[in-house]
Design a protein around this ligand. Structure first.
Ligand code: SF4
Ligand code: SF4
Length: 290
């Protein structure tokens, strides 16, 4: 990490419903000089708790190809280069004209087809995929992305949200749940990742998958166990066996559940949690000397 640059900490979970956003929001509210990025662009909900004042909203686009059929000879090179099978090309046959088809929902906007078309028949046009909101919540810089309904391609929007990362602030990123492309796009470049899980067989199964991803990406990580007093000891035993630090245990509490359901962060009602999150941050900083 560069001298003077502050930490980027992403909060992820192998599965939804573990309390990932609760941890991310309360963690952010406990620290100073924070920027919060909600990269769970398919279902952003951190704003329900942080209640930011959004001062700027802009549309997010990806460049998708458009063909000039006057120039295209239906050679199929664009189709062959597309790693996402987003193109179909049917050559002209007998007296029938050829066809060039784009499956927009598969297109990642990588630009390879345009670059490699020997006829220069492809140009790019913007396709709106979502919106990015920028604002302020308390003293937290807040940014979130919101994918358009029916849009399948969240990684390009996540990358555009991450372009707003402010290296002079401690950046807390709320990642999407799961272990697929959107999560990898989100956590890439983080200095540390907090994995939130619950002590159930499902929680353990998805935690193991998330751990594999982070080890591949070589991102240091630790675990927060939510509803730690329910369920079984599988997660604890796994973490012990694998040498994974358990950073915090949050017990099940009716009070926390009620606060969550009314959009109130725990740290605003119970300052002891603020201290716990500050200690968690100090532990991460000391452990990784960042
Ligand atoms: S590479 Fe160019 S010329 Fe060939 S099929 Fe694609 S658009 Fe047409
Ligand atoms: S821009 Fe990339 S993903 Fe989209 S059709 Fe072209 S090669 Fe495929």
């Amino acid at each position: 990490m560069l001298k003077g640059k502050k930490m980027i900490i992403s909060i992820a979970s192998g599965k939804g419903g573990t309390g990932k956003t609760t941890v991310a929001v309360n963690f952010a509210l406990s620290l100073k000089d924070v920027q919060f990025l909600d990269c769970d662009v398919e279902e952003p909900n951190a704003h329900l708790f942080l209640k930011p004042i959004i001062s700027e909203e802009k549309k997010a686009y990806i460049p998708i190809p458009e063909v000039d059929e006057g120039k295209c000879n239906y050679c199929g090179q664009c189709r062959d280069v597309c790693a996402y099978n987003a193109l179909a090309v049917f050559p002209a046959k007998d007296d029938k004209k050829g066809h060039w088809l784009l499956f927009q929902n598969l297109c990642h906007g990588c630009g390879a087809c345009r670059l490699l078309c020997p006829q220069g028949a492809i140009k790019e046009v913007d396709k709106e995929i979502g919106r990015i909101g920028i604002g302020q919540s308390y003293d937290i810089q807040f940014i979130h992305g919101r994918l358009n309904i029916g849009e399948a391609m969240s990684p390009p929007l996540i990358r555009q949200v991450k372009q707003h990362i402010n290296p002079t602030k401690t950046v807390i990123i709320d990642a999407p749940p799961g272990t697929s492309c959107p999560v990898i796009t989100t956590v890439k470049g983080s200095d540390y990742c907090i994995l939130v899980t619950e002590p159930t067989p499902f929680g353990l199964n998805d935690l193991i998958l998330a751990v594999e991803v982070l080890r591949k990406l070589q991102i240091p990580f630790g675990v927060v166990i939510n509803r730690a007093d329910l369920g079984d000891s599988g997660v604890e035993k796994y973490c012990e066996r694998e040498g994974i630090p358990i950073l915090m245990r949050i017990p099940f509490s009716k009070k926390i559940a009620v606060l969550y359901s009314t959009g109130i962060p725990i740290v605003q009602e119970d300052p002891s949690y603020k201290e716990k999150f500050v200690r968690l941050f100090e532990h991460i900083c000391q452990t990784y000397k960042l």
